[in-house]
Design a protein around this ligand. Structure first.
Ligand code: SF4
Length: 601
């Protein structure tokens, strides 16, 4: 069912436009009336899930969400299952603003999911906040989704025709209602999830609960991240209790499922790449967008949830099954390593910090420059700045101080304060930079507004020269899988050449990391796919999505969804009408009972 990945010749770094011409229009994408107020890429969401009877699951989820706050600041929510029902509390604002001690105490249960949101699809409203509760007759589920689905318009219409009500225009709510609808029709939640995974397209990592079980599942390409970890048994954590005894692989379960130890660890890998050894007892299971959320609750990383996999965690054990076939090649979002993920998280067995450090070293090799000091734009530009300094031999120094209490609050600044732009977030260290030739490292240039102000601010503070180096390639193409760049005209690299951008931001020189250079700094995903293929030809992108740099979209973008998002002259790879759904796809699928009878528990 999954679309095959486009296998044409991937555009290279300097002609990454699939034959497009850059329009020589006056670029106002950064400053126009409808321009976003914030010149940065934003992740859509962070998700967290816990199954741990006897533990304070709401509080564990709260701490997990605190560590994922960087992935979304618009809203936060927690849903708990207590064996009898599902309760949700969600609100606009930061995690610490949404939940008080009393709120958490009022959410008792054995399992929970949590969500922090930066909305890219759907309104910025309470109704669009997650987890989404779906109550269709006696089926109650709560869903937390990170990513974006590209084909939910028709699915929403069909559900409305079937009498399903919607509170928001969010794609995540469509997924929640689809799962609820199919579950109610088939009496099997796993079947509801599987049928939904068959229908929806795009990037998704989801955690879901009903009153008794936690589910976690990812799209067939594994675009958005999701990891599994375990809590230590109570006697190992200093608390009373016995923990959960792991079942052996021969335990009962669904026909193609692998209970507990096999399900959790069979193909898992410890951070060093070795097979992970699970203890005989665990205190519970955690799923999360990043490993930093495991660390904060004292959980141990086991492995990533696999593309297309469904994990079910309940009193019956941990069960893994392949919900839909994995794509021939993984396509994990490479921007996680560049910008989104926290540097203390692990991705593909390598720390994000180490990846960014290596990007800086590679950038120094690709775009050397004579200078007196290397500075990074906090926070994500700091590790590559250290790497650039190490490789180039130019001293690393601090040049910009970040105000951590302004950038990501929920309080909207006034127009006057907004006009101060980057100065709200960053202030130069004048003594350190005055009279120096600076290399300034940042993770990306999206619309260009921040970099214009930054270069101006550094010159004002006395910098003799400002050489900008970016530890990612040019962001030329919009993202449809969970990042807020869905209109190409907003992207400065789609409008200007690097030389024109350099002049626009007022720098002495500007260079971007190449696609090949970036890929060389991150661990290969699904290396086995390339085994036996000459020069790794079977896995040209090493298991990563690079669409925002190359225009090679791993998941087909329906014409109806994407055509008006591209500028004239740009020809993305994998814009298609192939995923158009039949009018009655939901009811047609409902008649297929084969999986249900094969997996009847
Ligand atoms: Fe990530 Fe870019 Fe792919 Fe979007 S298009 S999923 S930001 S690599």
């Amino acid at each position: 069912m999954a679309e095959g990945r486009f296998r044409g010749t991937a555009p290279r770094h300097h002609d990454a436009r699939c034959g497009a011409q850059r329009d020589r229009v006056e670029y106002d994408g950064a400053l126009g009336a409808n321009a976003p107020q914030d010149d940065a890429l934003h992740e859509e969401c962070g998700v967290f899930g816990v199954w741990a009877p006897g533990r304070d699951v709401a509080r564990l989820t709260y701490f997990g969400l605190m560590s994922l706050q960087h992935r979304g600041q618009e809203s936060a929510g927690i849903a708990v299952g207590d064996g009898g029902t599902v309760m949700v509390r969600k609100e606009l604002g930061l995690v610490s603003q949404v939940f008080t001690d009393a709120d958490l105490a009022a959410l008792p249960g054995q399992l929970a999911i949590g969500h922090v949101r930066y909305g890219t699809a759907g309104a910025k409203s309470w109704e669009a906040a997650q987890p989404h509760l779906s109550t269709i007759n006696d089926v109650i589920i709560a869903l937390a989704h990170n990513g974006t689905l590209v084909n939910t318009d028709e699915l929403r219409r069909q559900l409305i025709d079937l009498g399903v009500n919607f509170l928001s225009n969010s794609d995540s709510e469509v997924a929640a209602k689809l799962i609820g609808y199919f579950t109610q029709r088939t009496s099997h939640l796993r079947e509801g999830i599987r049928k939904t995974m068959e229908l929806v397209r795009g990037g998704y990592a989801m955690a879901l609960i009903n009153e008794q079980a936690l589910y976690a599942f990812r799209d067939p390409f594994g675009i958005r991240p999701l990891v599994l970890g375990y809590l230590p048994a109570d006697d190992q954590s200093g608390q009373s209790g016995d923990g959960v005894v792991l079942k052996h692989a021969a335990a009962e379960g669904a026909a193609d499922a692998q209970p507990d130890r096999a399900a959790a660890g069979a193909a898992g890998a410890a951070p060093n790449g070795a097979a992970h050894t699970l203890p005989d007892r665990v205190g519970g299971w955690i799923v999360a967008s990043e490993t930093c959320a495991l660390d904060i609750v004292g959980a141990t990383y086991v492995r990533d949830i696999r593309p297309g996999e469904i994990l079910r965690i309940s009193a019956e054990g941990l069960v893994s099954e392949q919900g839909v076939p994995a794509a021939p090649e993984a396509a994990e979002c490479i921007f996680e390593q560049v910008y989104f993920a926290r540097p203390d998280s692990l991705m593909g067995g390598k720390s994000v910090y180490a990846c960014r450090y290596d990007m800086g070293r590679q950038l120094a090799r690709e775009a050397p420059v004579e200078a007196d000091m290397v500075i990074g734009v906090p926070d994500s530009g700091l590790p590559p700045a250290e790497g650039f300094a190490r490789e180039s031999g130019i001293p690393f120094g601090e040049g910009l101080i970040k105000n951590r209490y302004v950038a990501r609050t929920f309080i909207q600044p006034t127009q006057e304060l907004r006009a101060r732009g980057v100065r709200m977030k960053l202030n130069p260290l004048r003594d350190n930079i005055a009279g120096k030739r600076l290399v300034v490292i940042d993770d990306s240039i999206v619309r260009g507004t921040t970099m214009v102000q930054l270069v101006h601010m550094l010159r004002e503070a006395g910098a003799a020269e400002v050489h900008v180096r970016i530890n990612s390639p040019e962001v030329t193409w919009p993202c449809f899988y969970g990042i807020d760049t869905d209109v190409q005209s907003q992207l400065i690299s789609a409008n200007k050449t690097p030389e024109e951008i350099c002049a626009y931001i007022g720098a002495d020189s500007l260079a971007f990391l190449s696609v090949e250079g970036l890929l060389a700094c991150v661990p290969a995903i699904g290396e086995s796919l390339a085994d036996g293929a000459p020069d790794g030809a079977a896995c040209p992108a090493r298991g990563y999505c690079t669409a925002c740099f190359t225009g090679v979209y791993p998941v087909a973008i329906p014409e109806s969804f994407g055509r008006d998002k591209f500028m004239p002259g740009y020809d993305p790879c994998n814009l298609t009408q192939a995923t158009t759904l039949p009018r009655d796809v939901i009811t047609t699928k409902d008649r297929d009972r084969s999986w249900e009878s094969a997996h009847r528990a």
